[in-house]
Design a protein around this ligand. Structure first.
Ligand code: ZN
Length: 391
């Protein structure tokens, strides 16, 4: 690389650092940024001017000063562009339009009964198009789309295997980029959920957390030292398929006695349908439990026990500070939590359990969409602020 290229790279990295502080600590003054970063005031000023020119930063009001001229404060301009975040579920699609700070501007949910991959992809495109058409005017427009999927995918955004959707080798990122001509990020829904919780939810103050997504299946997103842990080849977190009964029933993954056969929403409904008829839904179970139906409450308590069995394994494996449970079962927290905590008390090793917090998500079912939108925003800033220009 030529020397000008190196200097250019240094400048871009510095600009990215300055923007990072304005995004996370605004309102902030130029002097304060210089103080935190160790860059000279002249460098900070010149980079800030470029950021103001590119509409990513605004100057507002006046800040506190210890004397002399009061400094202008800098504010991140979150509405310079918008991102789309999607949670592609086995029975529904939840999609949001957020600004660059993750604030939800619009939301759309559609149900589907998974007729075929092609039909679900068409529905996905229609849902995204609807949000794009309703987006406010902005300098950068829609900067990207993030999609959380219930399966494993490769780095090219091909959904390799989604057992509960019964999809294999679907090049979802390619399809979406060909349709919308904007950058698309595809990731596992539990990974997106973990990032959503870390940035916007219960995990904001936590560097080591495991987010457990309980839906039709069970997946986990693992955050270690503030970063998503993806494993050697990107397939970490398939925690619904840890075997909790060595000779148990056969799972769709090919193994036996997997955790999600006992502790998922699907497992709860299967059991409930055996006892109370095939038309029962989670909403009906929640209503009946709320009305004091002892048999239904017992079903939830049994589920809480099985959730605990898997969470013990997570605690003993990862020693997290926080285990956050997400998904629609959060609505059953008051019946699930007690048996779950009792089991942890009895079975997890005492040292990893110290300081541990276990809670249901504060974001309701938005962990994954917010994390997915944040993947798109991260990709946008990576490309606009630190890319190397060859000149
Ligand atoms: Zn399995």
């Amino acid at each position: 690389m030529k020397q000008t290229g190196d200097l250019n790279l240094v400048k871009k990295i510095n600009k990215s650092i300055v923007l990072h502080h304005i995004r996370t600590d605004s309102p902030i003054s130029r002097a304060r940024i210089a103080e935190i970063t160790g860059l000279t005031k002249a460098t900070v000023s010149s980079l800030v001017n470029e950021l103001i020119e590119s509409s990513l930063v605004d100057e507002i009001g006046v800040g506190e000063s210890s004397g002399g001229r009061k400094p202008m404060m800098l504010l991140f301009n979150g509405t310079a562009g918008y991102a789309i975040g999607v949670d592609l579920g086995v029975h529904d699609i939840l999609a949001v339009l957020t600004d660059l700070t993750g604030k939800v501007v619009r939301e759309k949910r559609v149900n589907h009964d998974n007729p075929s991959a092609q039909e679900v992809i068409d529905l996905l495109k229609a849902t995204i198009r609807d949000l794009i058409n309703g987006a406010p005017e902005s300098v950068y427009g829609i900067i990207g789309i993030g999609i959380g999927v219930p399966g494993i995918c490769d780095e090219d955004g091909t959904l390799l295997f989604a057992p509960n959707l019964e999809w294999e080798n679907v090049p979802l990122q390619k399809y979406m980029e060909e349709t919308f001509h904007i950058p698309v990020v595809i990731d596992n829904e539990a990974n997106a959920g973990a990032v959503g919780e870390k940035q916007f939810g219960a995990g904001r103050e936590t560097a080591n957390l495991v987010y457990v997504s309980i839906g039709i299946g069970i997946g986990a997103g693992i955050i270690i030292k503030g970063e998503l842990y993806r494993g050697a080849t990107g397939f970490s977190g398939e925690i619904g398929h840890i075997s909790i009964q060595h000779d148990g029933p056969k799972c769709r993954c090919g193994s036996l006695g997997c955790w999600e056969l006992y502790a998922s929403e699907h497992a709860l409904l299967e059991r409930a349908r055996q006892e109370f008829g095939s038309s029962i839904t989670l909403e009906m179970l929640l209503r009946k439990a709320e009305a004091g139906d002892a048999a239904i409450i017992a079903l939830f308590e049994r589920l809480g026990y099985f959730l605990g069995v898997g969470v013990v394994n997570i605690i003993n494996s990862y020693n997290p500070e926080f285990v956050i449970l997400g998904g629609r079962l959060a609505g059953a927290e008051k019946w699930l939590m007690k048996p779950l905590l009792q089991l942890l008390e009895k079975r997890s090793l005492p040292h990893p359990r110290k300081l541990l917090n276990v809670a249901f998500s504060e974001l309701s079912d938005r962990s994954t969409v917010l994390g997915a939108a944040s993947f798109a925003v991260t990709k946008f800033f990576a490309s606009t602020t630190v890319s190397v220009e060859h000149n």
